[in-house]
Design a protein around this ligand. Structure first.
Ligand SMILES: [Fe+2]
Ligand SMILES: [Fe+2]
Length: 188
């Protein structure tokens, strides 16, 4: 990860939106016009649907682990089993890694070829994926720990990871859509 990415203005866990140096490089389609665009029904809508599923999964995990923080030890195992947390989290991790893989190796290199000005924006998203992958790995470790040893500490660890994941997933996806949806609107 570059030194520039690590700055407060760039890092996905610390920035409030797209860095000001990147905004002017974006294609100009305004967000309020996306859904009315004749090509919205193609990849733009498809990617936004995938993103919604990722956000819903991250929101669910953060909420569910927060509820488990208040669950007494005597019913914790039952609650964990009833919640389906193991299966749903495993699905979220697999789905998120797969999505990043497709973007990093399929779409982003094509976008840089089409629009060389977007190279800086793509580097930002690539840096975000590295941070997201670390947090997904932390969530995987936290889940394994919870399943092996269900107690207040393991719930707390998984919850901290899930809360971090939720925060950076929302930041990343909001900024990523500002960068990539206008490209899909031009190219279908
Ligand atoms: Fe994405
Ligand atoms: Fe992404």
């Amino acid at each position: 990860m570059s030194a520039e990415y690590q700055q407060l203005t760039h890092h996905v866990a610390m920035r409030d939106g797209l860095p000001s140096a990147i905004r002017p490089t974006l294609l100009e389609e305004a967000q309020q016009d996306w859904k009315a665009h004749p090509r919205f029904a193609g990849k733009a809508r498809f990617f936004m649907k995938i993103h919604r599923q990722l956000l819903d999964g991250a929101d669910w995990l953060a909420d569910r682990t927060e509820q488990l923080l208040d669950t007494p030890q005597s019913t914790l195992v039952d609650q964990i089993n009833a919640s389906g947390i193991q299966q749903r989290t495993a699905h979220l991790l697999h789905f998120a890694h797969g999505h990043h893989e497709i973007e990093d190796h399929g779409y982003f290199p094509q976008f840089i070829q089409l629009y060389p000005n977007l190279e800086h924006a793509m580097q930002l998203l690539d840096g975000d994926h590295k941070v997201l992958d670390e947090t997904l790995d932390g969530t995987e470790t936290g889940l394994a720990d919870l399943m092996r040893n269900p107690n207040r500490d393991s719930v707390g660890l998984l919850h901290r990871n899930a809360a971090a994941l939720k925060k950076i997933m929302h930041r990343h996806i909001t900024d990523e859509e500002d960068i990539i949806i206008p490209i899909f609107l031009r190219h279908g």
